[in-house]
Each structure stands twice: as structure tokens, then as C-alpha cells.
Design a protein around this ligand. Structure first.
Ligand code: SF4
Length: 494
């Protein structure tokens, strides 16, 4: 297990810590085998389109904590995407059962050219004081950017001074975009900043409290946990400083996605002694069985878990079997972040669909907790078999469009809004489900199946739409080898 060092303000990047990569083409089983035997190489691209940035992932972990403020220490442009997290405040608060969530409060220190020459520390001090005066936050997170990282501003020093002066936690998060090609490093940096300033080991335990490392999906866990006599502690969207501190008192931590939760689960386990559940999230029938059994064992609720499994299976599996008759044999292509994409593959395969391929944004050879059973791709292959045309591709749309155009699946399943449009443009029914809890458990499998079927059956609309859509890629590119720009280094062959 990688060692979490909270004395250091910075997190080791995923390329080094987890041997994560962004370039691979081959089969899913080939990737898992190479990764697990330590022989995974990264195939570089000679050409790349734009990607994402770690700062937005760090903001994702902290911005919805209630009563806090975030300052991006850099030029205004680095904050161009921060408004995206405001939608979660408006739309998802209700789904989570948080009736009046606080509006996100994200600011920029607005570094200019002069600051990059003379240093931006003074500007950051001024920004922290002004934000404190204006919104009276209970904690402040400072998110670094390329500009403040390159000139070497002492962001940690300024944050610690401000903490002394204001008497509230002020946490520096080191997540500048150039630090890592794997933008999920930003999740780790955000969680590092949270744990080192807001979580302290505790002798006290809250019986039945279960930490859930998650994004902002709907509140499915309260209902499940009620049946098991457990209480969810959602980390960190809509959390309070108190509920985050309570993370140290929980009996176990679970995560809805090991890609997201890898660092947080390990950090709470190593610093506070709260064990992480080493079972991949509950997507697909066999994994849902395993997950509830593991949760029951970890919390001393084995009998309750067995009763819950029996009741849920009896209620939902007949409906699943009905849907399966319509979905079996349909073809699909998936694109998403790592573990969530693997979970989508499990759902499609559970329905007997033919997964023609997947374009997954990166691959972690291991997680911070290296348990095999947390590896969603390995579990999916073990339960349902291999996936061909498996690409690790950090959102290179030129590659994805080329592959989609060749494979022409019955449905294109994507996790991100910007990408799902390619399905519609190519006349392929496309499904975007933003609520990452939507397909979990037995009930989620049925919910997801209905959406898959509705999307596939709505093909006429998509075909009409595509007749009016323009594809910016030339015929020459669309008929070229999709991996033209992927080097032959590494282990993935094609
Ligand atoms: S931190 Fe760097 S990569 Fe991220 S938005 Fe700013 S300049 Fe771009």
C-alpha cells in the first residue's frame, strides 16, 4: 500500500505513485495482466488535442463542502471551468437530500504578468483576507495553478500564516496542471488538503457510521443502509466540517469509484485506523452480492446483509430478466473515466450486450490500497469475459470519433457531456448518465437497463439529427488507423 504522508503538503503524482498511464491499445485483459505484473508501459501520443486539468478535479473535491471558500491562485483563465460545479449545487443538492445547500464560493487571486515576475504571494495574502471579509468561510482552500507553480510562490507558507491570523483552517492544494498528465491526480491533491487540515485521529467511534467517498450522485445509500442499520457519511460534496471530522470515527470507508476514492480511503485508513472496504463498487449482479456481503462482514451486519440481498434480488431480478430479453446481443461502446467506465462495462455485459470496445481516460496499475478485489476492470473481466478494442485515451476525441465511426455500435455510453454528442453526430444513439449512483445495486441495474433500452429505441431522432450535423474530421482521418499517433512504446499492441 502506498504510504500517505500528511507532513508533506504535496501528493506524489499518479504516474509515480500508482504507475498510471494514458496510452494503451489492445484488450482489457492484456492491460490488467501487464499492470498487475508490474510491466505496464505508457504509449505516448505524437499529437494530442486538449485534455482536462487537475485543478478542476481538486475543486470538485472541495467546492461543495458547506461554509468554505476556495481561492485559485493563478490567472483568471484557470478558473474558466469552475462555474461547472455550481450546477451540482442547484441540481444535485435535492437529489442528495440536502434541501438548502450553500452556493459554491470559488475565487481567483487574479495573477497578472507582473506577479509572475515579482511573485504572487502578496496578491494571495490580499485575496485570502478579502475572501474572509466578504464571505466569512469556516475554512479556505488554496488551489495552485501552473503560473504560481512555475514561479515557485510559497503557497504553503502563506496558507499557514493566514491560518494563524484568521483562526480557521487554510489548506494549500498543489494541483497545477503541468504537474501530472493524469488529471485525477487533482482528486488526490484535494483529498490530501482536506485530510491534513480537517481530519484528526479519534479514539471515539460512531457505531454504524460508514464513510462514502463519492461525487454528488443521488442519495441511494440512506435507503440501503437503513435496512442494514448503518448510517452514511458522504465525503465530501455537501459535507460539513463536522461530518468530515467524523470520518475518523466511522467503522469503515467505502467508495463509489476506486479511481476517485483511492487516496481518500487509504488516507483515512492509514491516519485514523478506519479500514477501507476492499471490494469494488456494486455494479452488476455478482459484484453487488459481493459488495453487500463484504460490507455486512466489515460492520458486523452479515445477517442483515443476507436478508437485504435476498429481498432486493427477489424484487428486481425478474424485471432485469425482462429487460435483458430486449437488450441481449445489442452492441455498445463506452467512454468514461477509469473505474466508472469499467463499471459501465459490467452493466452492459450483465445484460448480455456485446461491448465492441471502450475508450477509458487513464489506467491505474494499482490503487493506493492494492487489493485485487478493488480493481473494477479485473472484476468485470472475471465475471463477464474480456473487452476488445480497449483503449486508454486521455479524452483524445479524434481517436474516439475514428473508433466510433468504424465500430458503429447500437449505443454509445459516455460519462461526460462534451463527448456524448459525438454519438448523436454520427447517428449512434448516445446515453449520458451524470448521476454516478444511478446504476448501482440491483435496482440501479434495472434503472440503467431501462435507460439503455429507451435510448436504443429512440434511433430515428438520432438519425435525423445526424443528417444535419457536421463532422469536422476529414474522410482521410476517419478511414486512417485510429492509433496513427500512438507510439509503439509500452505493452499495448494493435
Ligand atoms: S493550471 Fe495550468 S493546465 Fe490548468 S487551467 Fe491553469 S494553465 Fe491550464
Amino acid at each position: 500500500m502506498s504510504k500517505i504522508d500528511l507532513r508533506s503538503p504535496e501528493v506524489e503524482i499518479r504516474e509515480i505513485r500508482l504507475n498510471s498511464i494514458t496510452g494503451f491499445a489492445g484488450s482489457a485483459s492484456g492491460l490488467v495482466d501487464c499492470a498487475r505484473c508490474g510491466g505496464l508501459g505508457d504509449r505516448k501520443r505524437a499529437f494530442t488535442q486538449c485534455m482536462s486539468c487537475s485543478t478542476s478535479k481538486a475543486i470538485c473535491t472541495v467546492s461543495l463542502i458547506q461554509d468554505i471558500a476556495v481561492i485559485s491562485h493563478g490567472p483568471l483563465g484557470c478558473g474558466a471551468r469552475f462555474h461547472e460545479y455550481a450546477f451540482t449545487y442547484q441540481v444535485n443538492g435535492a437529489k442528495r437530500g440536502v434541501p438548502n445547500p450553500k452556493q459554491i464560493r470559488v475565487f481567483s487571486s487574479d495573477m497578472g504578468e507582473e506577479d509572475t515576475i515579482y511573485g504572487g504571494a502578496e496578491k494571495l495574502r490580499t485575496a485570502i483576507r478579502e475572501v474572509y471579509e466578504r464571505v466569512h468561510p469556516r475554512a479556505i482552500f488554496i488551489v495552485t495553478t501552473c503560473a504560481s507553480g512555475i514561479i515557485g510562490d510559497d503557497v504553503e507558507g502563506v496558507s499557514n500564516e493566514a491560518q494563524e491570523e484568521l483562526g480557521i483552517p487554510v489548506s494549500a492544494i498543489f494541483c497545477e496542471g503541468f504537474r501530472s498528465r493524469i488529471w485525477t491526480t487533482g482528486f488526490d491533491a484535494g483529498y490530501h488538503g482536506i485530510v491534513r487540515k480537517l481530519v484528526r485521529p479519534s479514539e471515539e467511534k460512531i457505531p454504524n457510521l460508514v464513510n462514502i467517498v463519492n461525487f454528488w450522485g443521488s442519495d441511494i445509500f440512506s435507503k440501503w443502509f437503513q435496512a442494514l442499520g448503518l448510517v452514511p457519511n458522504y465525503l465530501t460534496p455537501y459535507a460539513t466540517l463536522e461530518s468530515i471530522a467524523d470520518a475518523a470515527k466511522a467503522v469503515v470507508s467505502v467508495q463509489i469509484c476506486p479511481t476517485l476514492g483511492s487516496y481518500m480511503g487509504a488516507a483515512i485508513e492509514q491516519t485514523c485506523g478506519v479500514p477501507e472496504l476492499t471490494e469494488a463498487p456494486p455494479y452488476g449482479i455478482p459484484q453487488t452480492d459481493r459488495w453487500f456481503r463484504a460490507l455486512g462482514k466489515a460492520t458486523g451486519k452479515e445477517a442483515e446483509a443476507e436478508r437485504f440481498i435476498e429481498k432486493e434480488r427477489a424484487e428486481w431480478l425478474p424485471r432485469f430478466e425482462e429487460l435483458k430479453k430486449s437488450l441481449e446481443g445489442k452492441t455498445a461502446y463506452v467512454t468514461a473515466g477509469a473505474a466508472h467506465g469499467h463499471a459501465m462495462l459490467a452493466i452492459l455485459k450483465e445484460y448480455g450486450m456485446n461491448t465492441l470496445g471502450a475508450g477509458i481516460f487513464h489506467h491505474d496499475s494499482v490503487y493506493d490500497n492494492p487489493s485485487d478485489s478493488l480493481d473494477v476492470l479485473k472484476t468485470t473481466i472475471g465475471d463477464y469475459g474480456d473487452v476488445g478494442n480497449y483503449t486508454v485515451c486521455n479524452r483524445q476525441e479524434y481517436e474516439l470519433v475514428n473508433l466510433l465511426n468504424r465500430l458503429k455500435p447500437d449505443i454509445f455510453v459516455a460519462r461526460h457531456g462534451g463527448i456524448v454528442r459525438w454519438g448523436a453526430r454520427l447517428g449512434i444513439p448516445a446515453l449520458l448518465v451524470e448521476d454516478e449512483h444511478y446504476g448501482m445495486g440491483y435496482e440501479g441495474l434495472v434503472r440503467y437497463g431501462r435507460r439503455l433500452l429507451n435510448t436504443i429505441e429512440n434511433v430515428e431522432f438520432i438519425k435525423n439529427f445526424s443528417r444535419h450535423a457536421k463532422i469536422p474530421y476529414s474522410e482521410k482521418w476517419l478511414t486512417s488507423d485510429p492509433y496513427t499517433f500512438l507510439s509503439e512504446d509500452g505493452n499495448g499492441g494493435h
